[in-house]
Design a protein around this ligand. Structure first.
Ligand SMILES: NC(=O)N[C@@H](CC(=O)O)C(=O)O
Ligand SMILES: [Zn+2]
Ligand SMILES: [Zn+2]
Length: 463
């Protein structure tokens, strides 16, 4: 049986020990981590390298448990010209992610055990990240009939997160039944909170700017009213509800209220809603067209505060690749969505750490620990210490660089950050004890697939 070579990481500072808000990255003592057979086997200082061990000099780098994205669109099956499981997980690894949850709006839709098992198998074979498929709440995302939720939960893919993302589960009775159903096995419904009647034909945030530009607006209340209804349904059923891509100050207040009542609700924000505003729509550059729309500066600030206060639980990318034809066209005709896996950590550093809203320890909670817990990701490392699965990322917090096309590893180029100076560089990503990114470069696909195979063999199956 082949095994992957061991790794010795020397002199990394652990994000979990950087608990002061702001960017003081030297406040913790550097430690060494030894990795063998897919796990961290030793943590200490001055560890000696063994024969065959690859030594990584992590001086100046910060180590976090592998990032987990609860909201990724991998597009396969059905839209392979935009992204595939392989290309999307390469983008994920480049961004420091070791696990991604794949949204259900594929073709065919991920609404049966067969499709979710296929998506997960593609992820396992590629080896760049653990892929956990999200199941559709309703058949074909049509909002009319519950999908085979139980069959997907019991399948090899063990689906725990269900969402009609891209569409809102609008029928309150269906939403209630879905919440009741997932409660029986500890699952969660992730709602794309958006009243379809209030947003018909909408093109951007509703406000003075949408009137000025003559574009149909998308009112904040369309999001807030669904969140308000659903937290009440979650309270009534005693089930877990997760709110996808929260985007308005009002939504924060509804979630805050629900949490104070003890409702089991969690909320996510995307990096782009933490930095970009509707003003960008003036350019008519469709890279800024996204669902939910970019909002006002007041909303951006409220979302950052909500992260700092813990009202928002996680950052999720909503990585939404689209081909050039779908973006290089008139605003009204363009597709909604932006890619985000490679830029998520840099944007979080820029908007949250550099601004003093959160600490590195809190960042690890937002981008790794909490999404893993919400998604029911078994054997995700809770800390970087002996006995834990070796899923981790080493980040260089110093300096900044131009975010250019070469940074994008997926098939689509619809990033709003091209040309921007962004802080932070993902230097090494380790998944299940093997490197997917080394010295800032992706490891090639054949090597990663072989390493994944070896890791699976050693651990008797990846999960
Ligand atoms: N975010 C987007 O603008 N688009 C997503 C759907 C979604 O997340 O609602 C997509 O699938 O393209
Ligand atoms: Zn959505
Ligand atoms: Zn989405």
């Amino acid at each position: 049986m082949t095994t992957n070579p061991g790794i010795l990481i020397r002199g990394a500072r652990l994000a979990a020990t950087l608990t002061e808000r702001g960017s003081d990255t030297l406040a913790a003592e550097p430690v060494d981590l030894r990795i063998a057979d897919g796990r961290i086997v030793e943590r200490g200082t001055g560890l000696e390298a063994r024969a065959d061990e690859r030594v990584i000099d992590a001086a100046g780098l910060i180590a976090l448990t592998g990032l987990v994205d609860l909201h990724t669109h991998l597009r396969e099956p059905g839209f392979e010209q935009s992204e595939t499981v392989l290309t999307g997980t390469r983008a994920a690894a480049a961004g420091g992610f070791t696990s991604v949850f794949a949204m259900a709006n594929t073709l065919p839709v991920q609404d049966t055990a067969g499709v979710v098992e296929q998506v997960q198998a593609l992820g396992d074979a590629g080896g760049y990240a653990t892929v956990r498929p999200i199941g559709a709440v309703t058949e074909d995302l049509a909002g009319e009939k519950l999908s085979e939720i139980g069959a997907m939960a019991q399948s090899r893919a063990q689906v725990r997160v269900f969402s009609d993302d891209g569409k809102c589960v609008h029928d309150p009775l269906l939403m209630r039944r879905a919440l009741e159903y997932v409660k029986t096995f500890g699952g969660v419904i992730a709602q794309h909170a958006q009243d379809p009647r209030l947003t018909e034909g909408a093109q951007m945030n509703e406000g003075t700017l949408s009137s000025e530009l003559g574009l149909k607006g998308w009112p904040a209340v369309a999001e807030e009213s669904i969140i308000a209804r659903d937290v009440l349904l979650a309270e009534h059923t005693g089930s877990r509800l997760h709110i996808c891509h929260l985007s308005t100050a009002g939504s924060v207040e509804v979630v805050r209220w629900a949490k104070a009542r003890g409702v089991q609700v969690t909320a996510e924000v995307t990096p782009h809603h933490l930095i970009l505003t509707e003003e960008l729509v003036r350019s008519y550059d469709a890279r800024y067209k996204v669902n939910p729309p970019l909002r006002r500066e007041e909303d951006v600030q409220a979302l950052r505060r909500a992260v700092a206060e813990g009202v928002i639980d996680i950052i999720a990318t909503d990585h939404a690749p689209h081909p050039i034809e779908a973006k290089e066209c008139e605003w009204d005709a363009a597709a909604f969505g932006m890619v985000g896996l490679e830029s998520a950590l840099p944007i979080a550093l820029l908007t949250l750490i550099a601004e003093g809203h959160i600490s590195w320890a809190e960042l690890e909670q937002l981008l790794s620990q909490r999404p893993a817990q919400i998604g029911g990701l078994s054997d995700h490392p809770s800390v970087l210490d002996a006995g834990q699965v070796a899923d981790l990322v080493l980040v260089d917090p110093a300096g900044s660089s131009t975010f250019d096309l070469a940074r994008l590893q997926g098939l689509s180029e619809n990033s709003p950050y091209l040309g921007m100076e962004l802080p932070g560089r993902i230097v090494h990503t380790v998944r299940r004890g093997y490197l997917t990114v080394a010295d800032g470069e992706l490891i090639d696909a054949a090597q990663v697939a072989a390493a994944a195979h070896a890791a699976g063999a050693v651990q008797g199956g990846v999960r």
